[in-house]
Design a protein around this ligand. Sequence first.
Ligand code: ADP
Ligand code: MG
Length: 553
Amino acid sequence: MSKGSINVSVENIFPLIKKFLYSDHEIFLRELISNATDATTKLKHLISIGEAKVEYGNPQIEIKIDKENKTLHIIDQGLGMTAEEVEKYINQIAFSGAEEFLEKYKDSNNETGVIGHFGLGFYSAFMVADKVEIITKSFKDEAAAHWTCDGSPEYTLEAHDKTERGTEIILHISEDEKDFLEDSKISGLLTKYNRFNQIPIKFGTKTETLPLPEGAAEDAKPETKEVDNIINNTNPAWTKKPADLEEDDYKNFYRELYPMQFEEPLFNIHLNVDYPFNLTGILYFPRLSQNMDIQKDKIQLYQNQVFVTDNVEGIVPDFLQMLKGVIDSPDIPLNVSRSYLQADGAVKKISGYITKKVADKLSSLFKKDREDFEQKWNDIKVIIEYGMLSEDKFFDKAKKFALYPTVNDTFFTYEELVEKTKDSQTDKDGNHIILYAANKDAQHSYIEDAKAKGYEVLLLDSPIVSHLMQKLETSSGDAKLQFKRVDADHVDNLIKKDDAIISKLSDEEKEKLKPVIEGAVNNTSYTVQLEAMDSSASPFLITVPEFMRRMKE
Ligand code: ADP
Ligand code: MG
């Protein structure tokens, strides 16, 4: 047996680990499982290049709770370590890694600012354990090693009689962390962080009911057997090629991801890029529903199939945060604050790529099946309209497929609308007027009036849309193009192409009537118009000039 002292500048790193990461101590399990996963995939690699001449088999990672001894065990069948490697990787590398991480962390001085806390590594075990043991046997032909450390810089290293290849980490869970000895706690953490881990993870056993043999009696009792309880799906849909997936596979994955979400998604977008950064994932446009838990069913960020966070702020553009699904990228720096992340070039590229993919998908759906796209419009419009307002690049693309409904329940794209109205809806100054209503009921008589004259009236009822109109107006490059509310004083100024409007009132009658009504209205912000009432049942119109209206809003 040998004893040693870990060489660190901080006298005792463990109180620091506890203090700085207190709120997030549960991540120790993810870190240790990530190490076990690395050890297994590294072995696979060594075998594939001929450096390890051993059988790979079907390696698992096992998580075991020993309530009596108050220990938690993480056992892998990976490449293992020799005693010399324990000295090097655990006493030196892991420790310096932990120290470096804490230095960084102290400076950021903001617990929630750091994404995921990835990188603390092996020493995060000391967030929950008074004492940690490593029993490890390398794939190389050498005796197993047994390392023990009680949280001070002193450790012991001795030989062990373990014969199977791989590493077992034993955590002696401290009194105030004994939650981590509960099955439900560990099972919850495994589901949260590791349900798509690359290597199968076993946590206890479960009873499986075998199918009844052919021709079995009706009252025959099916046989049962105990099988390993594997908690993860090692091949989630996003890791596969889009060409290998059917529509149903995407839907099933959505259900797997959000078991409590009963609405089917509207459509999905498979992300898959390996240059200039690595990113895979599947995003879904959800159907808006009452029971949707926006706080809970969010986009999840993974790194190599390990869950990091469901706060994707800064990585996914704001307007797409209502989407669902998964993104997985090893290229998103996780040990940094969010403000740093937002300034990071690679992350900006990722966000831009996601925006582009979403726009391309929408565009192809629009081109492929216009009717279907129109049916989905109400569910997707908020996201698209918000995106058009907040991202110019998205605006440019979405302009071609964003839809504007009319009071007649038809839909126009912006281009179609301009084309349809450019000759028929101009006023005497040559302005091109696009009419819209915000409320079908309140503006009923105005709408009827405009319709009777053959004008198109848009029905723009979302709060975002008035801002969007301003953007369309200014970006059109056509100073004469104007959006006007149908109850503004504009409908009657439009030159009707077909013929002149015949008023029911003679000029004389109008002259008499006008001051009477104006006296009754008695408000200078309204205009009384007595023209163009041939078609409507209303004897006259009282309108608010557009500029007055906009001022009030
Ligand atoms: P990192 O995983 O970032 O390298 P860690 O502190 O988590 O840092 O681990 C330090 C090193 O210890 C690893 O790089 C690896 O060499 C070794 N190690 C940790 N856990 C295992 C394991 N289960 N099997 C084999 N080696 C391990
Ligand atoms: Mg690690």
